[in-house]
Write a protein that binds this ligand. Structure first.
Ligand SMILES: Cc1ncc(COP(=O)(O)O)c(C=O)c1O
Length: 398
């Protein structure tokens, strides 16, 4: 059977290597502490589940319109009005099966073969492969070395005639960074000057710490409205990863094209799940606060523990539920006589020696770092951190 060149090129996420080994160990009865999850450990709040159940019971079990049910499109537009002060008509909102397919559909709508899309690294795992699936060329631009902020000089240098889009993600997975306002404004100005689109993935926008507020780029640079697509979802905010509901807001012509594509591929997001998302966005504010408070408490534990550990460097995140840790000092040292040659090797050794699963930075185009998820209960987190400390204490000079 022939496999297309497009799919033959597709690489499985590096994130999976450790996850699969951790799964094997756990299945054989080993007590593995997983700090690798990219999803909330909370169950979806009951009122949201009830809304889906009520919708299904009253017959909301048919195909949804390709762009999503009207009340949810209206609610998302209303949410952007109250949350960010931004005006979108409901027709400028499309509901999809989570942020991930909406990102892909947006790229499919924008990218011709050979077009370039700038990816700001460290970057979430799927951008790179999605661009390649659309036969575009990913152009990776690093953030500033210690602060992980946007590097405008590097972005400017990477822009060519073929640049059609820049993917922006804040709070960032994996660094947790909310980029500085002035740099976001500069990027918006560049999009106007060069005519490219900013694909703004803001799925963690409500999970922020220390009173740090995230703002949509259009709050900072309203003139970029014709150059920005905002992509968001209920997955992380409301602990609804399995419901598969996301939304995109963009200029109408783009929304129409994405809707046409979606109509041919998914028909529309699951109807009961869209009613659940509506209940979440409308009434789920207290649940978001409760979950964010829990993440913030865990973050305090993480920060305190990491500060006391040898060989690692760490800057607390502005948002998300990830801690991104610099382990470059460990590279070239040994544990139990074996050299740690890179971040993947570090994660493999940590799993074998102390049975803690974390994600190598290489999965996020950031070798020399690791990502710890604190979407894990307090007790397991404490256990994972003390095992990590013990592991680091065993590492010796080359
Ligand atoms: C930065 C980022 N964008 C998008 C997604 C996908 O979200 P969804 O569940 O809405 O597809 C994730 C999930 O891990 C993510 O971390």
């Amino acid at each position: 059977m022939q496999i297309s060149d497009r799919l033959a090129r597709l690489k499985a996420p590096a994130i999976r290597v450790i996850a699969e080994r951790a799964g094997e160990l756990a299945a054989s009865g080993v007590d593995v502490v997983s700090m690798s999850a990219g999803e909330p450990d909370f169950t979806t709040p009951q009122a949201i589940i009830d809304a889906a159940s009520a919708a299904a019971t009253r017959g909301e079990t048919h195909y949804s319109p390709a762009a999503g049910i009207k009340p949810l499109r209206e609610e998302v537009a209303q949410y952007y009005r109250t949350r960010f002060g931004l005006e979108f008509a409901p027709e400028q909102v499309i509901i999809g099966n989570g942020a991930k397919p909406l990102l892909y559909e947006t790229l499919a709508a924008l990218v011709n073969p050979g077009d370039e899309v700038i990816v700001i690294a460290p970057a979430w795992v799927s951008y790179f492969e999605q661009i390649r699936l659309c036969e575009g060329t990913p152009v990776v631009v690093e953030t500033t070395p210690s602060a992980h902020d946007l590097d405008l000089d590097a972005i400017r240098a990477a822009i060519t005639e073929r640049t059609v889009a820049v993917i922006l993600n804040a709070p960032n997975n994996p660094t947790g960074k909310i980029y500085s306002d002035d740099r976001v404004v500069d990027l918006c100005r560049l999009s106007i000057e060069h005519g490219f689109t900013i694909i703004n993935d803001e799925v963690y926008e409500r999970i922020t710490f220390g009173g740090r507020a995230y703002r949509n780029p259009l709050c900072l640079c309203p003139d970029a409205a014709e150059h920005l697509v905002s992509i968001n979802s209920v997955s992380k905010t409301f602990a609804m990863t399995g419901w598969r509901v996301g939304y995109a807001l963009a200029p109408l012509p783009l929304i129409k094209k994405i809707t046409a594509l979606q109509g041919h591929i998914i028909s529309g997001a699951p109807s009961p799940a869209q009613w659940a998302a509506l209940a979440a966005i409308k009434n789920g504010g207290d649940d978001v606060t409760r979950m964010c408070d829990a993440y913030e408490e865990r973050l305090a534990l993480i920060s305190q523990s990491l500060t006391a550990m040898p060989l690692v460097r760490y800057t607390p995140p502005d948002g998300t539920f990830y801690a991104f840790v610099d382990i470059r000092e460990v590279i070239g040292r040994t544990v139990r006589g074996e050299e740690i040659t890179d971040d993947v090797g570090f994660c493999e050794a940590l799993l074998e020696v102390e049975q803690v699963a974390i994600v190598p930075g290489t999965a996020f185009l950031a070798p020399g770092f690791v990502r710890l998820s604190f979407a894990t209960g307090h007790e397991r987190l404490e256990a994972g951190l003390s095992r990590l400390h013990r592991f680091l204490a065993q590492i010796s000079e080359p």
